[in-house]
Design a protein around this ligand. Sequence first.
Ligand SMILES: [Zn+2]
Length: 332
Amino acid sequence: MSELHKFIFDGLPVRGQLVRLTDAWQEILRRRAANTQTGAYAPPVAELLGEMMAASVLMQGNIKFDGALVMQIFGDGPVKVAVAETQSDLRMRATATVVGNLDAGARLPEMVNVRGKGRCAITLDPSDRDDGRQPYQGVVPLQDFDGHKLQSVAEMIEHYMRQSEQLDTTIVLAADEQVACGLLIQRLPVQGVANLSQSSVVREDAEGEQGDEVEDDYARIALLARSLKREELLELDTDTILRRLFWEESLLRFPPLAGAQGPRFACSCSRERVGVMLRGLGRDEVDEILAEQGRVEVGCDFCGQQERFDSVDVASLFLPVQDLPPANPAIQ
Ligand SMILES: [Zn+2]
């Protein structure tokens, strides 16, 4: 079962999350493999997308926000677009567009940042957007401040967090064709002036020693988190990972989010939305497709659902509102 665990380090300004996607991640891969037009993802793409999916759940779990967190990579290599989306109730979906072939050992730069033009966008799309609220979007290039290409999704997220939120964040990610996992450790913002002045007093009294110690809690825990190996993250259960890494720390764990409350695959596409999209294309364009192919077929990239519109469906799509037959009160 896919699960999201949250915890805090007792008395320290540090919190963490661990996500383990199993059935929900396998469902995404299964649907892709069943798509006769694309076929299954190549292993490096599955790894990339799985790490993005895990990171997207962790970032959604990290904020108080009602809506979708959409992580997108726009690549200049064989992977043109990769998208991982998580709703605030942890419904999640992902897709990638791949053109051409990939080396079996391709890493982030070879997949999406060949010419240094790749970028990552993270969008917070509020569910009450009808109120006129605009989505928030942050974009970062796929290289660090020194111009070095970022080597992994984890580096990309840490870079993004440094640029946007200014909260120290350490993230470890791993994915294969069975599981997609991630561990996130974050320094909590120091709240309130009293807190600040108190710690500065402590620092003065101890001639910097105690103050530094407070500062170092996050660094120590982040270092422990970084010692987690890819294989351990993929293969070990949550209890074992947390015990191995943080056995000397005092951890307060919240009830895990799993099952109906946990991360799970769901797609928000619908025939109505495809209809709206076709109307947006315009009658001429849609008629042209109809003339060429006898019907209009639109597939959802996320779930593989195919919507078919024949000439009668298309005609009713473009029917002016006043021409719709009136509802019959006798039937209703
Ligand atoms: Zn769909």
